[in-house]
Every structure is written in structure tokens, then in C-alpha cells.
Design a protein around this ligand. Structure first.
Ligand code: PAF
Length: 285
């Protein structure tokens, strides 16, 4: 794997690869890699893409600076994992390389309702920050395929919208990949490594709630009742839900009741101590 730290060097190298008619598959990350990220590299390799991964902890997307300070950094382990997964290129820029004049001086992006609900409501400015960095990275890498994990369901919709706003949705195909889960169902996430032993032992209950909400949609249950059962189950274990919601899976418009005529998604955000976890499941009618 070749590691580039500057925009100039990676652009030159990828221009050369593009001339060899390779298809570039891009996986943007903030590091602290786990099997969920590696599965994205595997997906890119399965379709014979020349695989480029980036590691950049983007200050612009943290509305809470203490969350940024606590974000785990494991670059040496990440490099070993990517090499083992046969990733071709790693882009590892500094903050000044991406934001030479500060992130406030880069273009803002807005996503309508998509940026004001769920994660957008809990983390004001977060999706503008994601938009800023992903736009810069896409301009540098110019991938044919962009691989992202469905665990961040709202982020996947935001980035697809970003590609449309940038006018690259025909040249860059967005590939949403399945959430990777631990044996108890807990969605793989860089934040999981901050869970202590007792928090980790109960964190799988979030997934049990998603499965229950998904399953009960299909037997005509009331969402309000299922939601109450899940809130009780989580709070009894000291897991504090921030939202447990169902929404239209294309627009994220929140629904008060199941509507089997449309594709829905159930979304949960919950706190265990000061660790915030999110997860979702699509409900197919
Ligand atoms: O999902 C992430 O790791 C980040 O939000 C992303 C897409 C790499 C942008 O910083």
C-alpha cells in the first residue's frame, strides 16, 4: 500500500492510474478502523476497483469539541489492517492540507430536511462539516465508486445528495454497504472501543430493539406501543435513548405510525455513559 500525505502527490499518482483505465473505489474514514471499514475495502476489491482509503479526523464535523478530542487515533494499527486487506492507497492528510485557511473558509453545504432531523438535530452543523470534507476528498480522489457503511444511514443519504449537488452523481456511483455486526448484533463502530466491560455486555440490546420494531411492523402492531417497550427495556439497563423513530427511508420524514406502503427505516441513538451509539434497520414492506 502506498501512503500519500499531500493532495499534489495523490492527485498525480491517481491521474497516472486513471490513464491505465483502472476503476477507482474510494472509502473515506476517520480511522480507528474495524471490520466494518475493512468490509468496505473488501467490497471495493470484489468489483476489482483500485482501492483508495482516506483517514482524516475531520474537525469540521464535531459540534462538540470534547468529542473530537476523545476520538480514538490508531493510525499504526489502521495501516496494518489496510495492508492486510490489500488496500492499494492510503491518503493521510493533515488538517492544514485539507483546510489550509481553516474549514470556515470552505464551501458550506446544506441538505434541507436531511440535515435537520435525527443526527442533524442532535448535532447541529455536523452534516455541513461532513459535506465540506467529503466534497474536498471527492474532488481530490475523483472516484468511480464511493463505498460507505449503512450504519450511518442518514450520512449515506446526505452524501448521495452531496454528489448530486456537486454534479458528480453520474460519474461517481454511491455504494451503501451492509452494517457489520458483532455476534450480539451490536453494530461495529469506532466508538465501541470506548465501552467498558459492563456497557459492552448490554450494548447489543439496541439491536434487539431494532429487530423488535422491524418485526412488529409486519404483524400490524402499533409503533407507539413497541417504542414504549423499547424505551423501558433500554432505560432499565441504563441505556438512554435520544431517539427511537421510524421514518421514510428515502426522505427521513418521521412517521408516527408504521406505513407498510413505503420503505421505512427504524433509527436509534442512545447513550451508554458518555458514549453515544447510533444504529438502524430498514423495514421492507
Ligand atoms: O463516517 C465517517 O467516518 C466520516 O463522517 C466521513 C464520511 C469519513 C467524513 O469525515
Amino acid at each position: 500500500m502506498i501512503i500519500f500525505k499531500t493532495i499534489k502527490d495523490i492527485k498525480e499518482y491517481l491521474a497516472f492510474q486513471r490513464n491505465n483505465a483502472v476503476k477507482i473505489g474510494f472509502i473515506p474514514t476517520m480511522g480507528a478502523l474495524h471490520q466494518g471499514h475493512i468490509s468496505l475495502v473488501d467490497e471495493a476489491r470484489k468489483v476489482n476497483a483500485f482501492t483508495v482509503c482516506s483517514i482524516f479526523v475531520n474537525p469540521a464535523q464535531f459540534n462538540d469539541s470534547s468529542d473530537f478530542d476523545k476520538y480514538p487515533s490508531t493510525v499504526n494499527e489502521d495501516i496494518l489492517l489496510l495492508e492486510k486487506a490489500q488496500c492499494d492507497v492510503l491518503f493521510l492528510p493533515s488538517v492544514s492540507e485539507i483546510y489550509p485557511e481553516g474549514s470556515a473558509h470552505t464551501k458550506d453545504y446544506h441538505f434541507g430536511t436531511l440535515e435537520t432531523v435525527f443526527e442533524g438535530a442532535m448535532r447541529p452543523g455536523h452534516f455541513n462539516g461532513v459535506g465540506k470534507v467529503v466534497a474536498i476528498l471527492l474532488q481530490i480522489i475523483q472516484p468511480n465508486l464511493l463505498f460507505m457503511g449503512s450504519k450511518d444511514f442518514q450520512q449515506c443519504l446526505v452524501v448521495q445528495d452531496l454528489c448530486k449537488q456537486m454534479g458528480i452523481n453520474n460519474s461517481t456511483k454511491f455504494v451503501a454497504c451492509a452494517t457489520q455486526r458483532e455476534p450480539d448484533g451490536l453494530a461495529m463502530s469506532s466508538r465501541n472501543r470506548r465501552l467498558n466491560e459492563s456497557q459492552r455486555a448490554i450494548a447489543g440490546i439496541i439491536y434487539q430493539c431494532l429487530v423488535s420494531i422491524q418485526g412488529k411492523a409486519l404483524i400490524g402492531a402499533s409503533f407507539a406501543i413497541v417504542k414504549k417497550e423499547c424505551i423501558d427495556l433500554l432505560t432499565a439497563k441504563n441505556i438512554h435513548p435520544e431517539y427511537i423513530s421510524i421514518a421514510n427511508a428515502d426522505t427521513l420524514e418521521e412517521l408516527s405510525e408504521y406505513d407498510l406502503r413505503i420503505k421505512m427505516v427504524v433509527l436509534i441513538a442512545a447513550r451508554l455513559g458518555d458514549i453515544r451509539l447510533i444504529d438502524n434497520l430498514v423495514i421492507n414492506p
